[in-house]
Design a protein around this ligand. Structure first.
Ligand code: PNS
Length: 169
């Protein structure tokens, strides 16, 4: 299957977007001409979000303001319905470690069962981001740690606004 000229959907909660997510977006842009970042109102495994949907979307739009190949769209409801509405047949998911596998495999097969024409592609992030997750970033920021190596500048600003600056020393 050639992805040239195609649109790939990169769905997630992005609560908040990390440099690990950004790494996957940039890798996906090597495969597809257009990457549609689909920001889920609610996630299958996260019941409550730290950042509201509007803010998550706004932050991501800010990060990719100069990247014409990236579009950011909020969604609720089934991911396969969202993909159909946007004429996309490829879903990208990042896979960091074996621990991600079971959840991702289950979702991929459910999505395929719901919509057989959709293909899910798993991409590995750069190895220095394999330990990174939005929940760890939130926790470290809330406890006064420096999260500047893990998130884009716009996200860092928002985290500092919410949790305060990193403690010194
Ligand atoms: O970043 P996350 O929280 O791991 O992303 C999970 C997400 C949003 C991709 C998943 O929960 C999802 O697709 N939700 C939309 C509802 C849906 O389609 N559920 C069935 C998935 S098999």
């Amino acid at each position: 299957m050639s992805l040239t000229g195609s649109k790939a959907i990169y769905p997630g909660s992005f609560d908040p977007l990390t440099l690990g997510h950004d790494d996957i977006v940039r890798r996906a842009l090597r495969l597809a001409d257009q990457v549609l970042i689909a920001v889920a109102e609610t996630s299958t495994h996260l019941k409550q979000h730290a950042f509201g949907l509007d803010e998550r979307v706004r932050l991501i739009a800010d990060v990719y303001a100069d990247e014409p190949g990236v579009e950011v769209v909020p969604f609720s409801g089934l991911l396969v319905d969202f993909a159909a509405r946007h004429g996309a047949r490829v879903i990208i998911r990042g896979l960091r470690a074996v621990s991600d596998f079971e959840y991702e495999f289950q979702m991929a097969l459910m999505n395929r069962s719901l919509s057989p024409e959709i293909e899910v592609i798993f991409m590995a992030p750069a190895s220095n981001y394999t330990f990174l997750s939005s929940s760890l970033v939130r926790e470290v920021a809330a406890l006064g740690g420096d999260v500047s190596p893990y998130v884009p500048a716009a996200v860092l600003k928002s985290l500092v606004g919410r949790y305060g600056p990193a403690r010194k020393g």
